[in-house]
Write a protein that binds this ligand. Structure first.
Ligand SMILES: NC(=O)c1ccc[n+]([C@@H]2O[C@H](COP(=O)([O-])OP(=O)(O)OC[C@H]3O[C@@H](n4cnc5c(N)ncnc54)[C@H](O)[C@@H]3O)[C@@H](O)[C@H]2O)c1
Length: 270
């Protein structure tokens, strides 16, 4: 590999199982020479197999509910202590909609579920950056990345209130990113990733059709979780120091397509 993260220290949120995008980022970060702490909610740690990842990558595992300022404060204090200094990179790879889980349609949500989903999927990113900012926990030229989806800009009916959560998340990245850039020379970006077969992805109704359509529409095909990890590593590396406040599409070209010949052929079949 390229030693792109040699000497860098990080925190990775959201590895649940081998399919998780955060899992692949952790494996790639390890290959590139980084040292990091893994974190997830206490229930996800019980349900998933993140302990195996911690062992494989030599990472410490610190439970934290990303909606709790107390948990985040404890996590960041512990992580800087374990890593022996400030943080160079942070991945927020967290998403959850209670309305999707409970099969509530977009037009008739339970608003307590809506609030919970927004807290987990978007406000948690603000809370995380709040704690990092006030604790001055990031090194200069550090990099913070969250994962998003194009439903923040375009209509994907079955993505439900996650579309609104992603729009909120991307806005928080820009707004907080300004202050982080101005005060600490830290960059903040979102990566807008192709549909990917993970626990969160497969929770979306009609996911199989959705992922096949997107693959046929994209000139390069859908981006995999591993390819997303590679792109994330580039954003954590020193090769992208002046990239900030961006929502970066990592989707094989899907976001700029109108129609493809492969999709046209489907509609002109006799
Ligand atoms: N899978 C896709 O199709 C796709 C596409 C674009 C973007 N994304 C985004 O990528 C990110 C990672 O999702 P994934 O696809 O790897 O699925 P995943 O299910 O493997 O990961 C989601 C993670 O969020 C964690 N999480 C949920 N509530 C939490 C809380 N309160 N505190 C801390 N962690 C919590 C879960 O434990 C899990 O590890 C999410 O933001 C998701 O929206 C996914």
């Amino acid at each position: 590999m390229y030693n792109l993260l040699k000497g860098k220290k990080g925190i990775i949120f959201g590895a649940l199982d081998e399919n998780s995008i955060a899992w692949k980022v952790a494996e790639r970060a390890c290959e590139e020479g980084a040292e990091f702490v893994l974190t997830n909610s206490p229930s996800a740690i019980r349900l998933g197999n993140i302990e195996a990842l911690a062992e494989k990558t030599g990472a410490s595992l610190i439970p934290a509910d990303a909606t709790s300022i107390d948990d985040l404060t404890h996590l960041i204090e512990k992580a800087t202590q374990i890593l022996g200094g400030k943080i160079d990179f942070v991945l927020h790879s967290i998403g959850m909609s209670v309305n999707v889980r409970k099969k509530r349609p977009y037009t008739d949500p339970n608003y307590d579920f809506t609030a919970k989903g927004a807290d987990v999927s978007a406000v948690s990113f603000h809370k995380l950056m709040n704690v990092l900012y006030h604790k001055k926990a990031m090194n200069q030229w550090g990099s913070i990345v969250a994962l998003s989806y194009m439903a923040a800009q375009r209509v994907f009916p079955d993505y439900n209130d996650m579309a609104d959560n992603k729009a909120y998340l991307e806005s928080i990245a820009r707004s907080f990113g300004y202050f982080f850039g101005r005060d600490y020379k830290v960059r903040v970006n979102t990566i807008s990733q192709s549909p990917t077969p993970t626990r969160a992805g497969q929770g979306v109704k009609g996911f199989d059709g959705f992922i096949a359509y997107s693959d046929k529409m994209s000139p390069l095909g859908n981006a995999t979780a591993l390819e997303c990890a590679d792109y994330t590593i580039s954003l954590f590396s020193d090769l992208t120091k002046k990239v900030t406040l961006q929502n970066l599409f990592h989707d094989g070209g899907f976001s700029n397509m109108g129609v493809s010949t492969a999709v046209m052929e489907k509609f002109t079949e006799e």
